[in-house]
Design a binder for this molecule. Structure first.
Ligand code: SAH
Length: 342
């Protein structure tokens, strides 16, 4: 059957499945169509988000993740409030107007501490967006961070197929809870980002279709996807990494299905291919997340093996990314980069 990409939003599950599994002949058509849509909504703009990986302590034990609590080989660190504020200052000078605070689920960062840090950033940088990415919390906790000044929250659902979810996570975690968190975040008023790994162990095309269907229901402002990459100290150490072709195809499909969405070209994509992030932008992504974590901790936030961008100071990182963005045919803008939805 011939697939008419212009009908993608009306595709049934079988058609979507077919598109995801199509041979490579359709790739260029898909990428071109996605680029037309991204330019219609976002022109050639690429937004920067300064990423601060502020703790690698985690109470969870996700089978894929290098900072899972049972990895005894991980060297643990956490940033002080001052270190976080210093990183924001550097980022502000480099033109970043969004700070993303990401970390493991570190129980020593109580709600009170998170609120204190968020309100300190908020009072210093009124014109910036503050994004949190610190996992599953109660609705009350999410509300308290929001009231302290956080605007956005990233929480990938990882996979929308419950049995697949169970193969990636210990029994203490559930897809239902993950979803509940996402709907709670939306209700509170956050700009919400979800997403999933591509090529994670036991993933099927059906689970990718389920991911798209879940996202259609959630209607997130941001969708973060990246290839699964194995980590040597996890149960998935021998599993294959996600492929560049499949992730690019999924980026284009998401751009066509969610024209307005903020879609990062991720560090994981840059890790599996030297030009991965450029290709991601050309396939429909419009966000990159330069690293603002102090260099001395960078290698310790090791979610997967071989993570790139662990050596350069923040300013070098900024310069390198700007060159890559321009070489891909796009333009860096230094504003908050809110979603083009409304
Ligand atoms: N504790 C936070 C942040 C998790 S790390 C949370 O629960 O949301 C951010 C993302 O890294 C995860 O959502 C996951 O999709 C991704 N990640 C973790 N391990 C990975 C791996 N081995 N390969 C690729 N991506 C990985």
């Amino acid at each position: 059957m011939e697939l008419d990409i212009s009908r993608i939003k009306e595709f049934n599950d079988d058609e979507l499945k077919q598109l995801i599994e199509y041979d490579e002949s359709i790739n260029q058509d898909l990428i071109k169509a996605a680029d037309v849509v991204r330019r219609k909504y976002y022109d050639d703009k690429v937004f920067l988000r300064g990423l601060i990986e502020f703790t690698n302590y985690c109470r969870n034990d996700c089978y894929y993740c290098g900072i899972r609590c049972s990895n005894r080989n991980a060297t643990r660190y956490r940033l002080s409030k001052e270190e976080i504020l210093d990183a924001c200052e550097q980022g502000y000078e480099l033109g970043y107007r969004t700070f993303v605070l990401q970390g493991g689920e570190d129980v020593t960062f109580t709600d009170e501490k998170i609120c204190d840090i968020v309100s300190a950033i908020r009072s210093k940088y009124e014109d910036c967006a503050i994004t949190l990415s610190i996992g599953e919390k109660s609705k009350e906790s999410y509300k308290s961070y929001f009231d302290a000044g956080a605007n956005r929250y990233l929480l990938r659902h990882e996979t929308a197929d419950a049995s697949h979810y169970g193969k990636l996570h210990p029994e203490s975690m559930s897809l239902d809870n993950r979803k509940r968190c996402l709907y709670n975040l939306k209700e509170i008023g956050y700009q919400v980002g979800s997403g999933f790994m591509v090529g994670s162990p036991y993933q099927t095309t059906d689970s990718l279709v389920a991911d798209i269907r879940f996202l259609q229901d959630l209607e997130p402002d941001m969708i973060g996807i990246g290839p699964f990459i194995s980590h040597k100290d996890t149960p998935f150490r021998d599993k294959d990494n996600g492929s560049v072709e499949l992730i690019l195809r999924m980026i284009s499909i998401l751009r066509l299905m969610f024209p307005y969405v903020l879609l990062p070209s991720t560090t994981a994509l840059g890790t599996i291919s030297p030009t991965g992030r450029e290709l991601g932008l050309q396939a429909g992504a419009n966000v990159v997340m330069p690293n603002l974590t102090p260099v001395k901790y960078r290698t310790q936030y090791e979610l997967y093996d071989g993570k790139i961008c662990t050596g350069e100071e923040a300013a070098e990182c900024r310069g390198c990314l700007e060159k890559r963005i321009e070489s891909a045919g796009y333009r860096v803008v230094t504003d908050r980069g809110d979603v083009a939805k409304n």
